[in-house]
Design a protein around this ligand. Structure first.
Ligand SMILES: NC(=O)C1=CN([C@@H]2O[C@H](COP(=O)(O)OP(=O)(O)OC[C@H]3O[C@@H](n4cnc5c(N)ncnc54)[C@H](OP(=O)(O)O)[C@@H]3O)[C@@H](O)[C@H]2O)[C@@H](O)CC1
Ligand SMILES: Nc1ncnc2c1ncn2[C@@H]1O[C@H](COP(=O)(O)OP(=O)(O)O)[C@@H](O)[C@H]1O
Ligand SMILES: [Mg+2]
Length: 274
């Protein structure tokens, strides 16, 4: 397993070309946020906006509309049970499926609609409740550009490996059974692509707070949208999330997702200049 190099973010995060517009930096759609977990979708969308995605939309429960618009006017919103969801899905480059989606009948319907609408060219980050639903039903997701982001319990549900059995070797074997890339999140996150595996050397217990994984999904989406779907951008996103948290943790006991999100543009500007 290779350890992610501290030089990677500076290699991946580039100065923006002068001749560019919002479309240059990709379209991201966050699908999640039921009435109970609206914050998860808002945090994922905020992270995507602040990590530089050109256009960010959120498909979420209607009740979350005002909160989303008040908190993040940059994002567009569609109710996730709207009949135009498949058309919206087909118009974007990167989809995040699952933060705060929940596991009830509505969530199931949104999952089914989404998996039927996405195409193999699209990147789909599968997180949170979407992982739990897929695991419960033993669904096969054959998308080559899937990026799975389970925490250890979600990984237990998806892989069948109990948390205590989640060694790098067994994780690699289980990840190879899934299409795409698997990011097994823990205090030392591991990343498995078809060809390689990587260890994130950073991260702090100050990150152990609700919404931190939702935030990672937005950063991943924005990095893939801007810098391409490859191991470098995925590892740089994971590293950036933890590097900012470590910086903030020097003088903050807990790093809350909103604080990490607000620090993204400055961190990225610093890396782009290197
Ligand atoms: N503000 C919002 O809207 C928020 C909404 N959220 C959304 O909620 C949905 C449910 O997601 P979830 O992660 O909260 O619940 P679930 O999948 O049941 O997992 C928890 C169980 O797993 C266990 N566990 C073991 N190891 C673990 C590990 N390394 N990391 C974490 N857990 C670990 C853990 O053990 P315990 O804590 O009891 O020791 C517990 O038994 C999902 O859609 C998510 O996006 C959240 O993002 C929060 C903010
Ligand atoms: N003690 C820790 N040390 C390092 N990173 C941590 C620690 N606790 C949590 N994290 C990171 O925070 C994120 C938590 O993700 P997740 O459990 O999905 O959160 P949520 O669903 O509440 O948003 C992961 O990226 C994980 O690696
Ligand atoms: Mg999570």
């Amino acid at each position: 397993m290779k350890t992610i190099d501290q030089a990677l973010p500076a290699q991946v995060i580039r100065l923006r070309p002068a001749n560019s517009h919002k479309g240059t930096f990709g379209r991201v759609l966050i699908i999640g946020g039921n009435p109970q977990y609206g914050g998860a979708a808002i945090m994922a969308a905020s992270a995507a906006v602040y990590a530089g995605a050109g256009l960010v939309s959120v498909a979420t429960a209607t009740v979350n509309r005002s909160a989303l618009h008040a908190r993040l006017p940059e994002a567009m919103m569609l109710p996730y049970d709207d009949p135009s969801l498949p058309a919206l899905i087909q118009s974007v480059d990167v989809i995040v499926l699952g933060p705060g989606l929940g596991t009830d009948a509505t969530a199931q319907q949104v999952l089914t609609t989404t998996l039927a609408a996405v195409t193999p060219e699209q990147s789909v980050i599968i997180d949170g409740s979407a992982i739990t639903l897929i695991a419960q039903q033993h669904l096969t997701v054959a998308l080559p550009k899937a990026v799975w982001t389970p925490h250890q319990m979600e990984w237990q549900r998806l892989s069948g490996l109990a948390v205590a059995q989640q060694t790098p070797t067994s994780n690699a074997a289980a990840a190879s059974q899934l299409a795409g890339t698997v990011i097994v999140k823990s205090h030392r996150t591991e990343i498995f692509t078809a060809a390689d595996s990587f260890l994130n050397p950073l991260g702090t217990p100050a990150m152990a707070t609700g919404g931190m994984g939702d935030t990672l999904t937005g950063i991943l989406a924005a990095f893939i949208a801007q810098f391409g779907h490859h191991a470098g951008s995925i590892c740089a996103a994971v590293y950036t999330h933890s590097a900012i948290a470590e910086q903030l943790a020097q003088d903050h006991y807990v790093v809350v997702p909103s604080q990490l999100i607000a620090a993204l543009p400055a961190y990225m500007a610093q890396q782009a200049k290197k």
